[in-house]
Design a protein around this ligand. Structure first.
Ligand code: AMP
Ligand code: MG
Length: 405
């Protein structure tokens, strides 16, 4: 049996990051930066008010209340068209540029409109003193020209997309999104919702894997269910290797007579067939078909999921430029015994967990651990990594991998 770390190291080594590309910012959400982002603009672009209120000379409001003449009004988006002189103020809305002469803003909450005086000038009474600079957002106090904002290896989050727009970065250099083909194999699998004939089961892995690929940030190409037929499978795989950057298949990698994935890939691709020292997901295949990485996951649904998590997801993320490849790992307290047999394998037991009053993360196993029992596994939010031996007693610590991002 191959130790997990050896298998992971081999697969990761064979899946280097793809060549970066330059693309429009709008298409780059979720991708990983391949270069530092340096701003060529300042944000904000001009001094502006943080509040709705009155732009004043701070000396004029040193003693309050004070009455000032309102000589204008500036909305956000308007350019100032006048100065604030002694005894004067301009009504101003959040985001509007500061008019020359003013050095602070008094919030509208501290104002009272007095109407027009005899000469027809609008007057306001202000009841708060403000120091110079109050409620002004200075030009460039978020971003300055030449500032290095985000570095290679950073995933473009929605907030980063917002910043890229704010500095007018039209294009970004990123690792391209992977286009990944997914298929499942097996004569027993049906997908059309019709009644099950004897021996048939409903397909679940491809649906699950497509979702997991999407969650990992890949573009999914759904190749459907392929019959246990070598000619058909070879055609599908060869086409996928032309169209896609990676291929994920489920089923047919064990020792059975109808394990056609094994037969076909063994003939047309450069594959390594592994018996990994883990449970579930012992059989696993990895290799390249015309240079395209192929992940041959086992057919049992839970094995398929665990195999994807441990083998395919980290490698696909590496190809997309991620540097954090594994799921977050925490040390948890076991609330119920995690029993197992000594078999030379690392066991990935599906558990549910949460933080308790002691501030520690606590886990308990889901109620079924069979590799065909996807329903129980689907209710888990983590996998406990249980070393070889007879298990872990309640109250002891165990490392767990959190399955949600
Ligand atoms: P295999 O790896 O093809 O020998 O399949 C192992 C077990 O997983 C068998 O019981 C299959 O019926 C089942 N299985 C294989 N592929 C799928 C699938 N896509 N959805 C649900 N069960 C599957
Ligand atoms: Mg099969």
């Amino acid at each position: 049996m191959t130790p997990l770390e050896d298998a992971q190291a081999f697969v990761l080594e064979s899946c280097p990051p793809r060549e970066p590309v330059t693309m429009p910012r709008e298409q780059a959400g979720g991708l990983v930066l391949a270069d530092v982002v340096v701003s060529t603009e300042i944000v904000p672009p001009f001094n502006n008010t943080a509040v709705d209120g009155y732009a004043v000379r701070s000396v004029d409001v040193a003693t309050v209340p004070v009455e000032l003449t309102v000589v204008g009004e500036i909305a956000a988006g308007a350019a100032p068209d006048g100065n604030v002189g002694p005894g004067e103020t301009i009504r101003i809305m959040t985001g509007a540029p500061m008019p020359p002469g003013a050095d602070a803003v008094v919030m509208v909450e501290y104002s009272e409109r007095l109407g027009e005086d005899d000469a027809g000038n609008e007057r306001v009474r202000l009841s708060e003193s403000v120091a110079a600079g109050t409620a002004i957002r200075g030009a460039g106090d978020d971003v300055v020209v030449g500032e290095e904002l985000f570095f290679e290896g950073t995933q473009i989050t929605p907030a980063i997309e917002g910043v890229l727009a704010s500095i007018n970065a039209q294009e970004v250099r990123v690792y391209p999104r992977l286009k990944v083909a997914v298929l499942s194999t097996g004569d027993e699998l049906i997908t059309d919702g019709s009644p099950l004939a004897p021996g048939q089961i409903r397909e679940s892995n491809k649906i699950m894997l497509a979702g997991m690929l999407a969650e990992a940030g890949c573009q999914v190409v759904d190749l459907g269910v392929v019959r246990d037929d070598e000619v058909e499978l070879e055609r599908v795989l060869r086409d996928a290797a032309v169209e896609c950057d990676a291929i994920v298949s489920s089923g047919g990698v064990s020792m059975g007579d109808y394990d056609v994935v094994k037969a076909v890939l063994g003939r047309i691709a450069d594959m390594t067939w592994m018996q990994m020292a883990i449970k579930p997901a012992k059989p696993f295949a990895f290799g390249k078909l015309d240079g395209v990485p192929v992940f041959g996951l086992p057919g049992n649904p839970v094995s398929s999921m665990v195999s994807f998590e441990l083998m395919a997801r980290p490698a696909l993320r590496r190809m997309m430029g991620h540097t954090q490849l594994a799921r977050t790992s925490v040390v948890a307290i076991v609330d119920h015994d995690l029993r197992r047999n000594a078999d030379g394998k690392l066991h990935f037991m599906r558990v549910n967990g949460g933080f308790a009053e002691d501030g520690r993360y606590h886990v308990a196993p889901v109620n079924a651990q069979g590799s065909h029992q996807l329903a129980a596994t689907a209710s888990a939010d983590a996998m406990a990594v249980v070393p070889d031996g007879d298990g872990i007693n309640a109250g002891s610590e165990v490392a767990v991998l959190l399955l949600q991002s």
